[in-house]
Design a binder for this molecule. Sequence first.
Ligand SMILES: Cc1ncc(COP(=O)(O)O)c(C=O)c1O
Length: 371
Amino acid sequence: MKLLNFETESWMTLHENNCLYNLADSCAKALTFKELYDFVDDKVQFQNHLLETTLDYGPIEGSQRLKEGILQLYQRSNIDELAICHGGINGNELVLMTLLDRGDHIISLTPTYQQLYSFPESIGVDVDLIQLQEEKQWIPDIEEFSSLIKENTKMICLNLPNNPTGTVLSDDLLEKLVELCRAYHLYLLVDEAYRGLYHEVSISDIYEKGISTSGLSKILSTAGLRIGWIKTQDTELIRLINERRDYSIISAGPLNDYLACIVLEHYQEILKRNRNILETNKKYLEKWLKDNPYVSCVIPQYGTICFLKYYLPIPSKLLAQRLQDETGVFFVPGACFDCEYHLRFGLANDPKTVEKGLTVFKKWLEKNGTL
Ligand SMILES: Cc1ncc(COP(=O)(O)O)c(C=O)c1O
């Protein structure tokens, strides 16, 4: 089967390195190596560890220390409920490849992270998407899920908080969804790449067939370490995923593993830094929207991204391209998420860049708008 172009990722690859104001990045402002080093208490020991590391494959399934660090982010802390992989994106792929076969059916959302539906489609899986609506704060109804379940439905694939809308489900809705999945023996894969800034619940803590995928990239600002993981109470699934991992990445590498341990041992400080960034930017965005008739937004409570709606009759790829060419301001166009007249905006980018970029964007809107 044909694998469709991954619209968001390819737009990012083409555009992110020649902009002045990156307002699209979904990761909280990345840490420099120096910033990470500053967190370390025993600097001599840290340096010696790096210099003395043997550059072999390292701990194949991830070190015990790394796993213990990750388990702090969950309520359940059984080490055999965790598999290490190469970023959350590899986690999703490993789960989807391990559990789905041609002819199975899954339910996902739109707009959401394209991997969650295009990848299953490419291996012959039948996919139904629930259209999220802005008028409903981008939140789906339980009836929309139940009405789509078929005899061959195997999994529901979500991303919470959702990329690009920031949607999370209320406790009540999540409970109903878990009950529905339980009744039909469905796996519930939740890509939780953006979870954890504010103690949001993990599906792997509350549902025995719930699968959480995540990584260090987004809320922990260290995408460059490429450490991700899969967490589920289904330990047989973890075993199967580890078997499959042998065919794909072998290991995450000893340096990445070690540096990830340092990140996780300082995760509270990093989260504090990122919550500050996020709150500064949200305040600025709220103010910016107040006297801006060209843009509106359902500002989400969780995650690091939101989806701006603009009121100009210009398709989003054209608008994003023109805006970047003329001003250096970079967004991901809504068309990459099959949702026109929107722009994906990273709420945890450097506040100076956000403030300057939004100011430049506003001037451009005033020049090009017709209101
Ligand atoms: C929802 C979602 N999942 C996974 C990923 C990939 O993350 P990682 O860097 O952990 O592979 C992204 C990156 O944008 C994402 O938005």
